[in-house]
Design a protein around this ligand. Structure first.
Ligand SMILES: [Cu+2]
Length: 489
């Protein structure tokens, strides 16, 4: 039975929200409960300081200034998004499983929100963890139109301090110009060798690293298409990092969100040893370490035990394949703050699947044979910066891939390009089921890295009918066509 909750929203989203809230409300929740007021999220232009220079960027904030949302599992996600920027926009709840019309993908789930207008969302939060929200309209994500979405659940300990770190890549060059530069790069291929943009020159595409430019006989992947001006952790660089006070001897849960448009990192905990307890919000068998890889759009929950002595503990993210790094500083007691360099001592390696292959979900999918298998080659060409799936460059006429409600679906993702692609499925979690030919019960997550010349198989249960996006989460790869959709039939 539907409740009489006031859901004041646009047509499709409204009926979907009501249906979800009514059908899936936990039975313990009294039907007469008053609706919680909607949380207001306002999209707005704002100014940040990047290494001493002012930068105009976008942001998602509540009226009290809070970036994004922290809420609790079991409560409804009842949110109004107000578009206070001067262009249409739409926000995607990355990793959530809302009714499809509320998924926030412009042109797929709903039309964008016009400037000065708003849209309402209302769906149940059935699982918790570290998630995030970001614009799924054009290239707005590159302008930092993203924020944390933290859902507390019984895994959270009262004696543990949450520290959220959002990583981002930043350029003073407008994203449209970056994209144009990437598309033109084809003509300059012959000049490619070692030419790189110099810091401060804006986002010169890194020509040495263009797709298709791998030298014969090398296995080195192509990394970092775009040369950025800065890498940010919670909007700041290491020249002026965020300093978070922590309790000597206390426990900290680092919730690390890679909101970068194009950049992957190695999280370096320095002298601290951490315990990785969740990826993309979902629990894994804990793994100890001092360094953990994070691809674009992924999240890592890392537990730290802070030593008893007063000290500073930098937590940095080193750009894959490079020395550039960003991060924050944990200050235990009156530990003295020293400057953390913006460059690591040595260049980091490319991300691999070594960690992915060791991750095990604490709650696996029920063992079951796949009812449907989609074989999806990740393809692309140097020519004009075109990226595709099964050699199909996305456009509105591309027919959706089919799945049916109740099926176990497997996606076999083979990377035929020299660049890594972090692949993201909307509206569902999947479990990593195989790397190349080795099957195992890996992590449950929503974004998986497929390195060059690798094959990753993921499995999911088709339990959320609708039309869903599936794409590479590198912003310019997605924009260039490495995108498709699934439709329930
Ligand atoms: Cu890609």
């Amino acid at each position: 039975m539907l409740s009489r909750r006031a859901v004041i929203t646009t047509a499709a989203a409204a009926s979907a929200g009501l249906r979800a809230a009514g059908a899936q409300r936990p039975s313990s929740e009294p039907m007469a409960a008053l609706p919680a007021p909607a949380t207001m999220l306002r999209l707005a232009r704002r100014s940040i300081d990047v290494n001493g220079k002012p930068a105009s960027v976008l942001g998602i904030r509540q009226p009290d200034g809070t970036f994004g949302i922290t809420t609790d599992v079991g409560t409804p996600f009842r949110v109004r998004v107000e578009n206070g920027i001067d262009e249409p926009s739409l926000i995607h709840w990355h990793g959530m499983a809302p009714p499809w019309q509320q998924d926030g993908v412009s042109g797929i789930s709903a039309p964008p929100i016009a400037p000065g207008s708003s849209a309402d969302y209302d769906f149940p939060l059935r699982f918790g963890g570290t998630f995030w929200m970001h614009s799924h309209q054009g290239l707005q994500e590159q302008q930092l139109l993203a924020a944390p979405l933290i859902i507390r659940d019984p895994r959270d300990r009262a004696d543990q301090q949450d520290v959220v770190v959002m990583l981002a890549d930043f350029s003073f060059t407008p994203p449209e110009q970056i994209f144009e530069g990437l598309k033109k790069m084809q003509d300059m291929g012959s000049m490619a060798s070692k030419a790189r943009g110099t810091p401060g020159s804006g986002a010169m595409p890194a020509m040495a690293n263009m797709p298709g430019m791998v030298k014969a006989g090398t296995d080195a992947p192509d990394l970092n298409d775009v040369k950025y001006d800065a890498f940010l952790a919670n909007d700041r660089t290491l020249a002026d990092p965020q300093v978070v006070k922590v309790e000597p001897g206390g426990r900290v849960l680092m919730r690390i969100i890679n909101s970068s448009s194009m950049s992957a990192y190695h999280i370096d905990l320095g002298r601290l040893e951490g315990e990785l307890v969740a990826v993309d919000g979902f629990a894994v068998m804990p793994l100890s370490g001092r360094s953990f890889p994070i691809a674009v759009a992924q999240r890592l929950d890392i537990r730290l035990k802070i030593p008893r002595e007063p000290a500073m503990h930098p937590v940095v993210a080193v750009l894959e394949g490079e020395r550039e790094q960003t991060g924050i500083v944990l200050q235990a007691g009156n530990g003295q703050i020293r400057r953390v360099p913006g460059l690591a001592a040595t260049a980091s390696p490319a991300l691999t699947l070594d960690l992915e292959g060791r991750l095990r979900a604490t709650r696996s999918l029920v063992a079951r044979k796949a009812d449907r298998v989609h074989t999806l080659d990740l393809t692309g060409s140097m020519s004009g910066y075109t990226w595709s799936i099964n050699n199909v460059v996305w456009n509105k006429d591309v027919p959706p891939l089919s799945v049916a409600n109740g099926e176990r679906v497997e996606l076999v993702l083979t990377n035929r390009t020299p660049m890594p692609h972090p692949m993201h499925l909307h509206g569902h979690q999947f479990q990593v089921a195989a790397i190349n030919d080795r099957r195992f019960s890996g992590a449950v997550r929503d974004t998986v890295l497929v390195p060059p010349r690798h094959r990753v198989t993921v499995a999911f249960d088709a339990d959320n009918p609708g039309l869903w996006a599936f794409h590479c989460h590198l912003l310019y790869h997605m924009e260039a066509g490495m995108f498709t959709t699934f439709r329930y039939v």
